[in-house]
Design a protein around this ligand. Structure first.
Ligand code: SAH
Length: 347
């Protein structure tokens, strides 16, 4: 297999070009094509001499991922299937809203966690994505946003397939490229990494003083209940998570977002709301209440509108900042927790 040129640093490309007898400045040109213009291959790098492009092609590959499938929801959400260089698939979603254009992207092929309400949890974790594959989802969804809606992406959420904090290094590198001046130049304040809660890695985000936002998929603020729906809680208890979050907040000053999927009669009682507010009040935060999206042979039902509003009122009475998040793309299985390569695996 040819070397993946995007796995080289600018300095490494410079060194290799010198060995190939090419002037050093060519490395800068290539770098720009790779990371600012998102070129799919050397052929497209039209300001480079043809002979040079052919030479590059004989040594390297860009391994750009391709869009293998697209589905449009009645609410204008677009779900994309992406085919990776080794034949694996991941999914990403473009979510147009009035005031923002959000890409929801994946960090792993499948997922190693086994949250009981999530469709992705039923896929085996096949492998981590490389940082160029994470970057490609943003680049390709950005192009789609421009094509379909005439607007660039404004926000990115790592809420697709996989657990981003179990692919820490590649996620960090991808965010570096997405936010870099010589990359896509997006603001880290408009990026949110969502985790099911890996305490050690939340701490690491604090140590690394990251500038992006952190969301914790909480879904229960009581260890017994949380163990039941999110087995990862057995080794990352609520108190371990809170210690890590306090550390993260001290280091970054960034308010945490708690995601809370409302499951009928499982986690939607007023007692659950009281436990949630007690947990959330420990550091500056906001809470997103999410409607449960049905999955095939799912164990749960969504809470009624009434139950959600009562829950929200109780949280607010206890001083929490709360939003009810409307679900998007449900009709095409593009909503939270529904990404399961369904269309693709049936091809
Ligand atoms: N592993 C990370 C990233 C995935 S984010 C994490 O857990 O945060 C996907 C979000 O959708 C998470 O908040 C997850 O809990 C939520 N989710 C999963 N299944 C869902 C479902 N059926 N309905 C609504 N939200 C769901």
């Amino acid at each position: 297999m040819k070397q993946n040129i995007r796995h080289l640093s600018l300095e490494e490309i410079q060194e290799q070009f010198i060995e190939l007898g090419e002037p050093k400045f060519r490395a800068g040109q290539i770098w720009q094509w790779l990371w600012q213009k998102g070129a799919p291959g050397f052929h497209e790098m039209t300001n480079l001499p043809k002979a040079f492009r052919e030479k590059l092609e004989s040594h390297y590959d860009v391994y750009k991922m391709s869009v293998s499938d697209r589905q449009l929801s009645s609410d204008k959400t677009i779900k994309c299937g992406f085919k990776l260089y080794d034949g694996e698939f991941v999914e990403g979603v473009l979510i147009p809203q009035e005031d923002r254009m959000t890409a929801c992207i994946s960090s792993q092929v499948g997922c190693s966690l086994t949250c009981s309400f999530c469709a992705t949890a039923r896929l085996p974790r096949k492998r981590n994505l490389f940082y160029d594959e994470i970057y490609d989802q943003v680049d390709l969804i950005n192009r789609m946003a421009l094509d379909a809606y005439g607007t660039r992406l404004s926000n990115i959420v790592f809420m697709g397939m996989g657990e981003p904090l179990l692919n820490y290094n590649q996620v960090m590198k991808a965010i570096e490229r997405i936010t870099a001046e010589d990359g896509l130049g997006m603001s880290p304040k408009r990026i949110t990494v969502s985790t099911a809660g890996i305490a050690k890695m939340i701490r690491k985000l604090g140590e690394d003083e990251v500038k992006f936002n952190l969301a914790l998929s909480l879904h229960a603020a009581n260890d017994e209940k949380r163990n039941k729906i999110m087995p990862i809680n057995e080794t990352n208890s609520l108190s371990a998570l809170m210690d890590a979050l306090i550390y993260f907040y001290d280091k970054t000053g960034t308010r945490i977002t708690y995601e809370y999927v409302m499951l009928k009669d499982e986690n939607d009682t007023l007692q659950d709301a009281r436990e949630l507010s007690a947990f959330a009040r420990q550091i500056p935060s906001k809470i997103n209440l999410i409607e449960y999206n049905p999955i095939e042979n799912g164990l749960y039902e969504k809470s009624s509108g009434n139950a959600m509003h009562r829950f929200k009122d109780m949280l607010e009475q206890n001083g929490c900042i709360v939003n009810i998040r409307r679900s998007r793309g449900q009709d095409i299985d593009a909503a939270c927790g529904q990404l399961a390569n369904k269309q693709l695996s049936s091809l």
